[in-house]
Design a binder for this molecule. Structure first.
Ligand SMILES: C[S@@+](CC[C@H](N)C(=O)[O-])C[C@H]1O[C@@H](n2cnc3c(N)ncnc32)[C@H](O)[C@@H]1O
Length: 350
């Protein structure tokens, strides 16, 4: 039957043209599907469906929609599509939904990639008005800070936090002030691995601080950790004592947000922090720029990462440039580890 239809098409269009058309459509499909699948993935992540399904093992669509107040037609359509691309097993006759190997894998380490891209989705939605100069990032378009916190936390748990925790422990840290703490993921990892360490996180964004404190409480770590709303640029020698006897400042992927107009702001901040906490070491994790040529050769997720940082006026710098910034801030490099493979570097400075 299908062969018969194919022969008809070939007769109509000619073999060369039909084959070429098919090949070109196949090339477009991963891009089109990436958009549709990612949008469905985000929606189900947002409404808690993936977590509910992971916890329950299997869900009945009708009951689930009734409990949550969801439209069964919409969820059924999404599940049917996701079944087609093997992201769920969906039995339309019974309404039973299950995870597949593919979705279990996507919900493991890559979950953070989806969360971080979702944080920057407003920029992609508003790309055309931004291109036309009708809207600007900042006043008109904002990233979703909750998802910056969640995505960054989940991604950094994989390599950055283990490296930074190892550094903090080897440098004898006992009381940590985490700058730009996001959802508190770093502090929670640190405190759960090092029972003698306590810490406080500071973040500009009130909802993300609230999320951090909720997660800290849920992890049973409130006796040693907390997060407060504040601007790291306002930390002074006078206010330093309010954080306790801090012997370690940490910052994971926070400083690059202030490089857009040159290095001076970060250099000034590092100097001010050094004078507010003269005896503390700083354990810093930062993105390190990869050359465009190396990304063309190995087009990793850093291409998307560089894109949404560029569009939101965040400058990613090379490892050497970071060393220069620390040097110009009057800090000494005690240790450095740069992983070009993942575009991230770790520095202990004092
Ligand atoms: C890319 S996120 C990194 C979050 C976290 N450090 C992590 O490891 O996932 C940067 C964080 O810095 C916070 N931030 C930006 N500017 C800040 C400032 N001036 N003072 C305090 N926090 C700031 C943002 O709100 C955001 O949560």
């Amino acid at each position: 039957m299908l062969i018969k239809q194919a022969i008809q098409i070939i007769k109509l269009l000619g073999l060369r043209r039909a084959a070429k058309m098919k090949k070109r459509h196949e090339k477009a499909l991963p891009l089109i599907r990436g958009y549709a699948a990612t949008t469905c993935f985000w929606t189900l992540l947002n409404v808690g469906f993936w977590d509910d399904l992971s916890a329950a093992g299997s869900l009945g669509l009708a009951d689930y929609c009734a409990t949550k107040g969801f439209d069964p037609h919409v969820l059924g359509s999404v599940c049917s599509y996701l079944d087609g691309i093997r992201m769920v097993d969906f039995d339309e006759s019974t309404g039973a939904v299950r995870l597949t190997k593919r979705s279990r894998e996507l919900l493991a380490e890559p979950r953070g990639l989806f969360e971080l891209l979702y944080a920057y989705e407003p920029v992609f939605v508003e790309l055309e008005p931004m291109l036309r100069g009708q809207k600007k990032y900042g006043p008109d378009v904002q990233r979703r800070t909750r998802w910056v916190g969640l995505g960054s936390g989940n991604l950094c748990r994989q390599l950055p936090y283990p490296v930074m925790i190892d550094m903090a422990r080897r440098h004898g840290c006992k009381r940590v002030l985490d700058l730009g703490c996001g959802d508190g993921a770093f502090l929670m990892e640190l405190a759960s691995q090092a029972p003698t360490i306590s810490g406080v996180g500071i973040d500009l964004d009130a909802p993300v601080v609230q999320l951090a404190n909720q997660q800290i409480a849920a992890a049973g770590l409130s006796a040693r950790l907390n997060a407060v709303v504040g601007d790291m640029f306002d930390v002074t020698a006078q206010s330093a004592a309010s954080f306790g006897t801090v012997d370690c400042l940490t910052a994971c992927d926070t400083f690059h947000e202030y490089l857009w107009n040159g290095d001076e702001r970060v250099i000034g901040l590092l100097r001010a922090l050094k004078s507010a906490f003269p005896k503390a070491v700083m354990v810093i994790g930062e993105f390190c720029k990869q050359s465009h040529e190396s990304l063309r050769k190995r087009p990793t997720a850093f291409l998307e990462h560089h894109l949404f940082h560029q569009l939101t006026n965040q400058r990613i710098e090379t490892a050497n440039r970071w060393l220069e910034i620390f040097h110009r801030a009057g800090l000494h490099i005690r240790e450095e580890k740069v992983f070009d493979l993942v575009g991230h570097g770790y520095f202990v400075v004092a």
